[in-house]
Design a protein around this ligand. Structure first.
Ligand code: ADP
Ligand code: TRP
Length: 343
């Protein structure tokens, strides 16, 4: 009988490079907060990124940058198991095992695949044009990432909830077939049923143009640029044509929305009343935003640079994480192989 254990939180981060402030507040910070109370397993989903990044040098650089970014952001590799997906061969064996319990129809309904197929159809192309099997089976690999570690919660952005639900469906199909339990404190454990933990209360960080900050919109403020570049990015924030003397509404300004992420309550109240009083131009508001942003990001930037300058140390941290993760993965897979009759 398995004794009651600490709950497991697991999430994967696709190494798409150039972390921005939206990633920091929307994903890194909340995941690190969860790591305080859960057994956290966080990994770089490098094989997921291969579906779209086919340049070896770019992919390799992204993997290092994103790993260094999480460490600089405060991930404690002693407390949290931190590894690369590609270091855990059991993930790929489990993905094969899960294929046998995943209906093709379920994959047809996955948002990413459906969107690609629909875009092709609208262009008059074959629905599957440019769709590789990595994209089509993306949810199965993600289910393997999650189920391999008996994850209880999976912190993700809203766009990923469907994938976690698919992991639940596949796990339930498996458990049903073998008459197994999905709750961790049972001695009849099949696959643990995971739950998505959606960061509802995390605000959408606005970008330079006021839309959601995103790499794809070219409106992002990078997390790790130099102080000089940071200032330049902030000066590029789009504002309206209100003059210096005009009173301004803080809640309508993305400068203020960004300011709220970095400033303490007193600073926020002070800037809000200066906005409302009039007499402060956008340039001055941007200077104030730069001051608080740089105050928080300077130590992060310094840690990031130190990590990036010592690739051997970064490799060693990831290797140590992989070793800890594999010890768990090997055990889970042994249990599952036995259940299906492959020993
Ligand atoms: P991008 O939109 O730049 O491609 P990703 O999709 O790679 O960003 O985002 C990785 C994670 O960062 C997502 O799970 C999401 O929760 C978070 N994130 C990205 N942009 C923002 C934003 N503007 N505000 C809040 N969270 C964000
Ligand atoms: N698909 C996730 C994303 O695009 C990344 C990911 C891969 C993931 N495997 C995972 C997230 C397992 C949570 C759990 O953001």
């Amino acid at each position: 009988m398995e004794t009651s254990r600490k709950k497991v939180s697991l999430t994967g981060v696709k190494p798409t490079g150039n972390l921005h402030i939206g990633n920091y507040f929307g994903a890194i910070k909340p995941a690190l907060e969860l790591a305080e109370t859960y057994d956290a397993r966080y990994f770089i989903a490098d094989y997921h990124a291969l579906n779209t990044i086919k340049d070896a040098a770019v992919l390799a650089a992204n993997i290092r940058e994103v790993a260094a970014g999480w460490l600089a952001g405060g991930l404690d590799a002693e407390k949290t198991i931190f590894y690369r997906q590609s270091s855990i061969p059991e993930t790929f064996e489990l993905a094969t095992l899960l294929m046998a319990f995943t209906s093709k129809g379920l994959m047809n309904r996955a948002h990413a695949y459906k969107a690609a197929a629909q875009a092709n159809t609208e262009k008059g192309a074959d629905p599957d044009a440019g769709v590789n099997m990595g994209l089509f089976t993306y949810p199965v690999l993600m289910a393997a990432d999650i189920l391999l570690f008996d994850s209880d919660v999976v912190p993700v952005g809203k766009d990923q909830t469907q994938h976690v639900e698919m992991a639940q469906d596949v796990a339930e199909a498996f458990n049903f077939n073998y008459g197994r339990d999905g709750s961790t404190n049972s001695n009849n454990l099949g696959l643990t049923i995971p739950t998505a933990l959606v960061r509802e209360n995390v605000a959408v960080v606005p970008g330079l143009d006021g839309r959601k900050m995103s790499k794809s919109y070219n409106n992002a403020i990078p997390l790790f640029c130099s102080e000089k570049q940071l200032r330049k990015f902030i000066m590029r924030i789009v504002t309206n044509s209100q003059g210096v003397e005009e009173p301004k509404k803080p809640e309508d300004s993305q400068i203020f929305l960004l300011y709220k992420l970095f400033a303490n309550a007193e600073e926020q109240a002070a800037l809000a009343s200066r906005y409302r009083a009039g007499g402060m131009g956008w340039g001055e508001a941007k200077e104030e935003l730069f001051r608080v942003t740089n105050r928080e990001l300077a130590p992060l930037r310094e840690r990031f640079n130190v990590i990036m300058e010592d690739p051997l140390r970064l490799d060693a941290i990831l290797a140590q994480g992989a070793e800890k993760a594999r010890a768990i993965a090997v055990k889970t897979l042994k249990r599952l192989r036995k259940i299906v009759g492959i020993q």
